[in-house]
Design a protein around this ligand. Structure first.
Ligand code: SAH
Length: 502
């Protein structure tokens, strides 16, 4: 570092809150400092434990600018090391400009250590990229006017016209005003919004919704100022497109074409095979009932079940039940899928006696009552629960939770392919064995209609399309996927077209 012998006042970003999200440079500034003035409202006091014993720490939250500058000046004149700690990164709403102006006047030198801004901690916590191709390549960091007015031309309504990703600081108390301005500015009311309260802190909260419903949700959750509002289609996973950077068909200066078989396999997110079939939605509280109503608005063939105590919130089409277990049992065979809007534990206990086997069990998806998560619990492939969980999560702007290994490796399992194409697996006991072969990159011969092979497997070099089964043997293949059993001792997964479609 240049002029390191000069005693400079240090402005440092202390990150979003988690003590292990400060930079190493900030940590050594804390260890070195004689005086630390920190923004107590958002800087985690935990990090002050790294300060040396005889250092002095002052919380600036109740101080004026001139009081802060006077403390800095006094210490600096005594040749003490002064550290001014700001939340996140000091360059964003850190009010360091006015402090630097005063220090310039006093000819006190200073430097700045950047930090992890809360906007990036928030994006990390909701597992989002803020710049996904096809949705937004621009992020606007902004706020609404509070005590500090926003200059003309930078009102949310104007910024909304860009349809960029918005990160709105300092503004949660004005959420209703914000959503109105966004709609007036041209955002669709279904545009996803995530509000992240105290990102990276132990008491962090994440509220997801859309422009139309987020105000209600965050008022209910009693979220105050220490939250950031993220808005934009980038929060909708369904709209994510692949970047060119890691496209196997695209080489750039640093990398030749990728040859990884995984990269070449068909992407699950391109799945347009929506779940088809009759769905029962079981609710137990008023909030879960509202979530169920949101689902049925967008889906046909859904029947809602609600406890009798919620009668006054139910129209005639909703079925009221006295005992969940009994009603569930009576309806278990009547539906293709069940969505339970309640804790997963309750569901596991109720369905455990009703489950029989993979090929006939219905799809089961569990949702928390706010629709933050849609968990595929049972019959992920054949029953279609994985697809249903993805559908539901997209509808509710939540996160699908899919645990089947093939899906997580972005491979379409054979039972999933069969279900999508309305085929039936004749010997389902072998499904697991074949899916393990897929995961382990074993060579498998595929004797299925060419269009199906092309759609799902043509890019996987371990899967070979064959027209003549007699050429298949144990030496060259670990298994055969076929519509007709052949007389060779090799594991064969036999798949037949369903005569009756659901
Ligand atoms: N310099 C800071 C922002 C300071 S302004 C940064 O880079 O993050 C204070 C505002 O930042 C708060 O009103 C809130 O909108 C946001 N903020 C700061 N820390 C936050 C956190 N941990 N989680 C969510 N929002 C946070």
């Amino acid at each position: 570092m240049k002029n390191s012998h000069i005693n400079k006042v240090i402005f440092a970003g202390a990150g979003p809150g988690a003590p292990d999200l400060i930079t190493l440079r900030c940590l050594s500034a804390i260890k070195d400092a004689d005086l630390i003035i920190y923004a107590g409202s958002l800087v985690n006091p935990e990090i002050l434990k790294y300060a040396k014993k005889n250092s002095k720490t002052i919380d600036s939250s109740g101080m004026t600018l001139s009081e802060i500058i006077s403390e800095i000046k006094k210490a600096w004149e005594k040749k003490q090391k002064v550290l001014r700690l700001h939340t996140g990164d000091p360059a964003i709403y850190g009010a360091i400009a006015e402090q630097m102006t005063e220090l310039d006047k006093l000819k006190i030198p200073y430097e700045i250590i950047p930090g992890v801004s809360s906007v990036f901690a928030a994006a990390a916590e909701i597992k989002s990229e803020l710049t996904t191709p096809g949705t937004s390549q621009t992020v606007i960091l902004t706020r609404t006017s509070g005590k500090t007015p926003v200059p003309q031309g930078q009102e949310l309504q104007k910024l909304a016209q860009h349809k960029a990703t918005l990160a709105i600081f300092l503004s949660t108390p004005f959420i209703s005003k914000i959503t109105n301005e966004l709609i007036c500015g041209g955002y669709d009311k279904n545009t996803p919004v995530a509000v992240i309260y105290k990102a990276s802190w132990a008491d962090q909260k994440i509220i997801r919704g859309n422009i139309a419903n987020i105000a209600k949700k965050i008022k209910k959750a009693n979220i105050n100022r220490q939250a950031i509002i993220l808005v934009g289609d980038v929060l909708n996973k369904k709209k994510w497109q692949k970047s060119k950077l890691y496209d196997p068909e695209f080489s750039h200066n640093f990398r030749n074409k990728i040859t990884s078989s995984k990269a070449k396999l068909i992407s699950l997110s391109s799945n347009t095979n929506k779940f088809k079939g009759k769905i029962a939605i079981f609710t137990i509280t008023k909030t879960s009932l509202n979530t169920a109503k949101k689902i049925t608005q967008n889906k046909n063939h859904c029947k809602i079940f609600a406890p009798q105590k919620l009668k006054k919130y139910c129209n005639k089409s909703i079925i009221l039940y006295k005992e969940l277990g009994k009603t569930l049992k009576e309806n278990w065979k009547k539906f293709d899928a069940f969505i339970f809007i309640m804790a997963a534990g309750i569901v596991v206990r109720y369905i455990s006696n009703l489950i029989t086997e993979k090929t006939i069990d219905p799809a089961v998806v569990v949702c928390d009552q706010y629709g933050n998560y849609a968990i595929s619990l049972l019959s992920g492939h054949i029953g279609g629960a994985n697809r249903l969980a993805e559908d539901i999560a997209a509808l509710l702007n939540g996160q699908p939770v899919i645990t089947t290994a093939t899906d997580n490796c972005r491979i379409i399992a054979f039972d999933e392919m069969a279900s999508r194409e309305n085929y039936k697996i004749i010997n389902p006991k072998l499904i697991k064995k074949f899916n393990v072969m897929l995961l382990e990159n074993k060579k498998i011969a595929i004797h299925l209609p060419k269009n199906i092979f092309d759609k799902y497997y043509s890019k996987n070099k371990n899967l070979k399309y064959i027209t003549n089964c007699s050429l298949v043997n144990r030496k060259n293949y670990s298994g055969l996927v076929t519509t007709k059993k052949i007389k060779i001792k090799i594991p064969q997964l036999i798949i037949k077209k369903n005569e009756q479609s659901k």
